[in-house]
Design a protein around this ligand. Structure first.
Ligand code: ZN
Length: 110
């Protein structure tokens, strides 16, 4: 039982200091990108370079050690039930999950 207490107090290693139940754009291992259809281009976000890019979300830090397949299924389950994220999901041609450690990705049509 003590492990649960310790786990919940753990933070990521960067300045964002996110807990394990949150995502961190620096420390989360998996990144989900919504490749929006042209009729949903209005949902794009401003990227680091200043231009519009496809929106992305990052996995919870506690998911970092799980397999890509498992995290993809878990994140898709969450996204389709989330009011705002579901509109990204259904407005996309496909959704990709990138493993930032290996640069591999999984893809699913929405
Ligand atoms: Zn971090």
């Amino acid at each position: 039982m003590n492990t649960i207490t310790i786990e919940s107090k753990k933070k990521c290693k960067c300045a964002n200091k996110k807990s394990m139940g949150q995502s961190c754009s620096n420390c989360s291992r998996y990144k989900m990108v919504f490749n929006l259809r042209s009729d949903h281009a209005g949902l794009k976000v401003i990227g680091k370079g200043g231009g519009f890019v496809n929106p992305a979300i990052w996995c919870f830090l506690r998911q970092n050690k799980r397999t890509m397949e498992k995290v993809f299924a878990e994140m898709l389950g969450r996204v389709t039930k989330h009011p705002k994220l579901a509109s990204l999901y259904f407005g996309s041609n496909n959704i990709r999950l990138y493993d930032r450690k290996t640069d591999q990705f999984l893809e699913k049509s929405s």
